[in-house]
Design a protein around this ligand. Structure first.
Ligand SMILES: [Zn+2]
Length: 271
């Protein structure tokens, strides 16, 4: 009788141990399956995205003239459109940057500026700064003496500038010339306004007709830059022609945008 009780106790203990083991195994297996999602969500997402993007780039090259495929490709670019640190980020009157966004790789490009001294507007993101140095080097070699005027601009500086315009001409007019805070590409550190002596080192539409302006229009893409606000594209970009505003997008995209004479919005299929 006693022996049986002991046996039954042992069996109960064994069963309990066995069930605990089974549960433990299930939890372990689940954890193993989900480990990537649980512990490295960003890595996995970023990996998937860059893979998707590179696939899209191949597809695009192979079917360059196929409109249907191009539409498909465009739809797969949302990350580039709203991720601030992505060099293909689109910032315009509909797509904004957070007020506290500041790139963490800002450097001063080694180029000639139209002014002296330390200023936040001398800065650009590292990759864009390197590309700008190349562009300037080539321009000077060909006798085109351009000067950098305005690169990175913080949210607060943009706010100050816009309010200044708005005080003078009203908000609606101001918005054609200046971006509202959070809507300026300058906050991404990927844009640089350039100028020349011929236009008095200012930001003048006339710059587009100077030797310097023409050279930049024909050559900027070779260094990964686009003229972000081209002539006759105001209805798409929301801005008047700005032959001085260079935006870095990398050589591949710049080349495509240049070849097709489109805007960054059109490249991404954004209306
Ligand atoms: Zn600009």
């Amino acid at each position: 009788m006693r022996k049986t009780r002991i046996k039954s106790k042992q069996r109960k203990r064994f069963n309990r141990l066995f069930s605990t083991l089974v549960v433990f195994c299930i939890v372990l297996t689940t954890l193993f399956i989900l480990k990537d999602k649980l512990f490295y969500p960003d890595t996995v997402i970023a990996g998937q995205i860059s893979e998707e993007n590179s696939n899209n780039l191949n597809t695009e090259e192979e079917n360059f003239n196929n409109e249907a495929d191009k539409q498909e490709e465009v739809k797969n670019y949302p990350v580039s459109i709203d991720k601030a640190e992505d060099i293909l980020i689109v910032v315009n009157k509909d797509i904004h940057v957070d007020s506290d966004y500041k790139p963490d790789d800002l450097v001063i490009p080694d180029v000639k500026f139209s002014f002296d001294g330390e200023h936040e507007k001398k800065y650009m993101r590292q990759e864009a700064a390197k590309a700008l140095e190349e562009l300037f080097k080539n321009a000077y070699e060909e006798g085109k003496y351009i000067f950098a005027l305005s690169g990175y601009r913080s949210y607060n500086t943009q706010k100050y500038i816009f309010n200044n315009f708005a005080d003078r001409m009203g908000e609606e007019e101001a918005n054609k010339l200046s971006a509202r805070p959070g809507q300026s590409e300058h906050q991404t550190g990927l844009a640089m306004d350039i100028t020349s002596q011929q236009v008095g080192f200012g930001l003048e539409e006339e710059f587009g007709n100077t030797n310097e302006g023409k050279w930049v229009k024909d050559n900027a893409h070779k260094f990964g830059f686009i003229i972000r606000y081209p002539k006759d594209k105001t209805h798409i970009t929301g801005y008047l022609y700005e032959p001085w505003h260079l935006r870095y997008v990398g050589k591949d995209v710049a080349q495509k945008i240049y070849n097709e004479q489109i805007t960054l919005e059109e490249y991404f299929g954004i209306e």
